[in-house]
Design a protein. Structure first.
Lengths: 89, 493
């Protein structure tokens, strides 16, 4: 489960950085829409891998609840980490 | 010219704002009490430091509880016991008293006796408050169920109202006044949205029979006995014969139940104890699977012979059990319980920031009596609820151990503090009351670990350390809020 949680954190970070506002602030204005799209897709693929890792257990019900809780809190944590730097304009 | 009709989204925003305000203060307390209930057993353990630590065998603790009840509540028509297990260090027992009403005691897992354990409701107080609101049956349940339904409405309308749901998913812009509060409200609401929807829907569903009783009324035509029989078919009722007969040794029955359940026990009910018609009903522990697989064994009391075994297999009942289990989180292991706890705090914060936004949005437009009342009650309810709940923990350590009705005094201290803080918030200028109440919240939270260690009640245990770490973190957060957060101050451009 720990590996799944770390993967979820990585995936949510990629998805968060791929949003227009965060990409502009953290990756610079030269990042193209295509690159953001790739980053987002990569994030979702890692998220799927994370889910597969979490569900690799006989007790699937518990794993689903724990995994959904983990991605929600990861998203909150990532959003807080992404406000550390004010926009470069 | 005909007036312009408001659009769908505008209507949803209106509904979101007003439904949130009408029920927000109540929901704030319900959500905070529910969040604390996730660690109901652990809070109970912290509040009863005299109880023997770490008995993990629910059959053993159940047997000692039954033995104590045999000599101290022999005349009661029934005993209901939730035996101590790996999470809860005391067994909970409740029975009818001869004077009418119910008696409840928390019994030591080893001795089976309540002697020497401080009188407190522990974490069960927050659990009961969460859906009974200290009101007589059924009013508290109806009110909290209605609040859950309005909350569901507020969440759904909030999703529609949030115009930039995906674009602003990871956005929080601090130091920008109302914009920051809206960002915080949206961020907390959106990131844990599956949790918020699940906990609200399952909460309303748990009390659905009270909110929408018409189905049961039309089927059973007011026959409560028939309805109970259909809901709980494993329940075996026997009429009292009047012929005394001692209860057979309880431990073999409980061991047999453990063997058949492949796990622990969640409840032991003894009907007609001391009579020839005595029945012992044992229910399987609820932490085995996510969908509580209700398994019940019934024994003949005087002989100890197994007379019935029931396993709930009806799809509707099992679906309900899954929903109920998702809400109560009794299936959850430690990590998942922490996720429930933190997500629950997030829900509390969503409600709190929503209440603050209601006044922030209307500050420039009008400042009538209604606005002033909401502004002041926001301070009293948001800050007051937190301080009152923290007072409950503090009272547990500071009230004299031999005080009569000590458990009731703990509850009274909570409501007294709550009432006084509401009064204070109504009378005090909001900008000042806000920072003062936050500072007081920090002091009270910090006082919890200090009182624990200075009164000699503290035990070097994971539960103690976790509870006190949470109290210290909250104290730091409130201390920071006292110096920074002034949501009621007028901001000038």
């Amino acid at each position: 489960m720990i590996a799944a949680l770390i993967l979820a954190l990585v995936a949510i970070s990629a998805i968060g950085l791929a949003t227009p506002r965060q990409a502009d602030v953290w990756l610079g204005p030269r990042v193209s829409d295509r690159q953001r799209h790739r980053l987002r897709m990569g994030g979702f693929i890692v998220l799927l891998v994370s889910m597969a890792a979490a569900l690799d257990t006989p007790d699937v019900g518990r794993a689903i609840v724990t995994w959904i809780g983990a991605i929600g809190l990861s998203a909150f944590l990532i959003a807080l980490l992404l406000v550390r730097r004010s926009p470069r304009r | 010219m005909a007036p312009v009709k408001p659009g769908f989204r505008t209507s949803m925003i209106w509904l979101h704002d007003w439904s949130g305000l009408v029920i927000g203060w109540l929901l704030f307390a319900i959500a905070l009490a529910g969040t604390l209930s996730v660690f109901r057993e652990e809070i109970g353990d912290w509040m009863r430091p005299e109880a023997s630590c770490c008995v993990t065998d629910s059959a053993e603790s159940g047997a000692t509880a039954v033995r104590w009840l045999s000599s101290h509540a022999a005349g009661a028509p029934a005993w209901y016991i939730q035996p101590a297990d790996a999470r809860g260090t005391t067994s909970y027992a409740v029975w009818s008293s001869a004077k009418g009403g119910f008696v409840q005691k928390w019994l030591d897992a080893r001795s089976g006796s309540p002697d020497g354990i401080r009188d407190t409701l522990g974490g069960d107080f927050f659990y009961r408050l969460h859906f009974e609101l200290q009101l007589p049956y059924p009013w508290g349940r109806i009110l909290s169920g209605s609040a859950a339904m309005v909350m569901l409405l507020a969440i759904l309308t909030g999703i529609v109202a949030h115009r930039r749901f995906f674009v602003d998913f990871f956005t929080f812009r601090p130091g920008k006044g109302q914009r920051s509060w809206l960002d915080a409200h949206n961020l907390l609401g959106v990131t844990a949205l599956p949790f918020h929807l699940m906990i609200t829907f399952t909460g309303a569903l748990t009390l659905a029979n009270l909110l929408m009783p018409w189905g049961a009324i039309s089927i059973y035509r007011g026959d409560v006995v028939a309805m109970r029989q259909a809901l709980y078919p494993a329940q075996i009722d026997r009429l009292v014969t009047g012929r005394p007969a001692p209860l057979a040794p309880i431990e073999p029955m409980l061991r047999e139940a453990e063997r058949r359940f492949h796990g622990g026990l969640s409840q032991i009910a003894v009907l007609n104890p001391g009579d020839a018609s005595a029945v012992v009903t044992v229910t399987r522990a609820e932490d085995a699977t996510i969908g509580i697989q209700q398994s019940i064994l019934t024994f003949d009391g005087p002989s100890g012979r197994l007379i019935a075994a029931y396993e709930e297999r009806r799809p509707a009942a099992r679906t309900f059990n899954v929903m109920y289990a998702l809400h109560t989180a009794r299936f959850a292991e430690l990590l998942a319980r922490w996720f429930y706890f933190v997500s629950g705090l997030g829900l509390v914060a969503v409600i709190g920031t929503g209440l603050l936004l209601w006044t922030a949005k209307r500050r420039e437009r009008r400042q009538g009596l209604g606005f002033a009342l909401v502004e002041r009650l926001n301070v009293g309810f948001i800050g007051g609820t937190v301080i009152a709940f923290a007072t409950f923990f503090l009272a547990n350590r500071l009230l004299p151990l031999r005080l009569a009705d000590r458990g009731d005094w703990e509850v009274r201290s909570l409501f007294w503090v709550w009432g006084l803080l509401l009064l204070y918030a109504v009378l005090r200028k909001p900008a000042k009351a806000w920072s003062e109440i936050m500072a007081l919240a920090a002091v009270v939270c910090l006082a919890i670990p200090i009182a624990d260690w200075s009164t000699g009640a503290a035990r070097l245990h994971a539960i103690t350390l976790s509870l006190e770490l949470v109290a210290i973190l909250l104290a730091a957060g409130f201390g920071y809020a006292a110096t920074r957060a002034r949501p009621f101050e007028k901001r000038r451009a």
